[in-house]
Design a protein around this ligand. Structure first.
Ligand code: AMP
Length: 280
């Protein structure tokens, strides 16, 4: 099977219209490129649910603040196309900025609820409006039956799930478990920024969250477990933005221990910001 590259909405719709006529279902996998096995796992999971998979690659300027890494975000279109093709993607949609933000563009999707949980939103205030706007556009442009999102970006997964529901977009958002390196570090396009020493330190983020989750399951109170994980990370040289236990769906602070819980963290190692989360 040959993977088709499309760069315009018209070309994308030619493919999806054909699939619909044939009675086929399809999933979309939105990405910002720099494809790794976390992304190809989303494609693999898409293929288990739908007949066809579209991956999208668009480094969305609207979800980066002025001081963030938009200019140095890793880009490798040829490598990405090869990896996504190998993973079994039928179509790769690489829209130009004009296709996404046409002249005069002035509409933003703005979310509250899980988007204002005081996690990523606290440190990256315009992030989720940027994400919701591009993701809503990709849902509408593709008209896909399923959208595959990684649990790695846990708040994002909850935000886009809620957004699709609130805007009655007929798409099912599917969360896919985080793909990790052998030592537990979550795969991320930003891991390439880590020095050798930081890469070694980085595995502590997953191990400290896993230990905290274990401790909570063992009876330790939620606050103490989160505090312990924070201290461990700080002692290892991390600058911690947050380590917190939240309701797994709403991301609100839990009212009791019997709710489904998720421990979620963001921390810096040098110039690199890492995020991770585990189920309690
Ligand atoms: P990105 O382009 O890296 O911002 O992410 C595109 C999609 O891939 C998002 O749904 C991410 O949650 C997902 N993703 C990124 N890293 C991983 C990973 N290690 N495991 C599973 N999904 C991931």
């Amino acid at each position: 099977m040959k993977t088709k590259l499309v760069r315009t909405l018209a070309a994308l719709r030619r493919e999806t219209t054909k699939w619909r006529k044939e009675g086929l279902t399809y999933a979309v996998v939105p990405t910002m490129g720099a494809i790794h096995s976390g992304h190809t796992e989303l494609v693999a999971q898409g293929l288990t649910r739908a007949d066809r998979v579209i991956a999208t690659i668009f480094v969305n300027p609207k979800q980066f603040a002025a001081h963030e890494d938009l200019d140095k975000y890793p880009r490798d279109e040829d490598g990405d196309v090869l990896k996504l093709g190998k993973a079994g993607c039928h179509v790769i949609y690489l829209p130009t900025p004009e296709e996404i933000y046409p002249e005069g563009f002035c509409t933003t999707v703005s979310a509250t609820g899980p988007a204002k949980a005081g996690l990523e939103d606290k440190f990256r205030p315009q992030f989720f409006d940027g994400v919701c706007t591009i993701v809503a556009k990709l849902f509408i442009q593709t008209g896909a039956d399923y959208a595959m999102f990684g649990e790695k970006d846990y708040q994002q997964l909850q935000v886009v799930t809620r957004m699709a529901k609130d805007l009655s977009i007929p798409i099912e958002v599917i969360g896919v478990a985080t793909v990790r390196e052998d030592d537990g570090l979550a795969k991320s396009s930003r891991n390439v920024y880590l020095s050798k020493q930081e890469r070694q330190q980085a595995l502590a983020i997953y191990s400290s969250l896993s230990h905290a989750a274990e401790r909570i399951r063992g009876g330790l109170d939620i606050q103490s477990a989160a505090r312990l994980a924070t201290r461990t990370l700080m002692a290892l040289g991390f600058t911690v933005d947050y380590v917190t236990v939240r309701n797994a769906a709403t991301l609100a602070p839990p009212q009791n221990r019997d709710e489904p819980l998720r421990i979620i963290a963001a921390a810096w190692l040098g110039e690199t910001r890492l995020i991770d989360n585990v189920a309690v």
